[in-house]
Design a protein around this ligand. Sequence first.
Ligand SMILES: [Fe+2]
Ligand SMILES: [Fe+2]
Length: 136
Amino acid sequence: MIDHSALPQVAFDEMNRVHHEEATLLNTLEELLKNSPNDYDSIATCLHEIIEHTRGHFSNEERLMREVGFPAFTMHESEHIRVFNEMQRIVSQWFGAKNNELLHDYFLGSMQEWLTTHIMTMDTITAQFVCMRKGC
Ligand SMILES: [Fe+2]
Ligand SMILES: [Fe+2]
């Protein structure tokens, strides 16, 4: 479970709100995998929500970066593209095999670790730049 109080905070609050929503969805998936591992419909719905939320999360940050002319836009965007493609690949594999272990390892393991590191690095720098240009 992601502890919301331990989620790294960035300077631009709109980004924090989105990160908390993402953590809530990942915690919902964790509960489903633990308590209802055979409820494939609910797991599928949750996976769709995670994919759609991530799409919005990343495109919102990319919009903000464009608006303020963030110099490392391409670096940040390419990391979003890499992770979004990876996430879609894992989800489509799960739809084929219904292998919950795959979801567990990815969404509760490497993806969560990536999210925390990404917030602490690229998102933190982006948010500071957005605040500098837009004000916070
Ligand atoms: Fe983010
Ligand atoms: Fe980001």
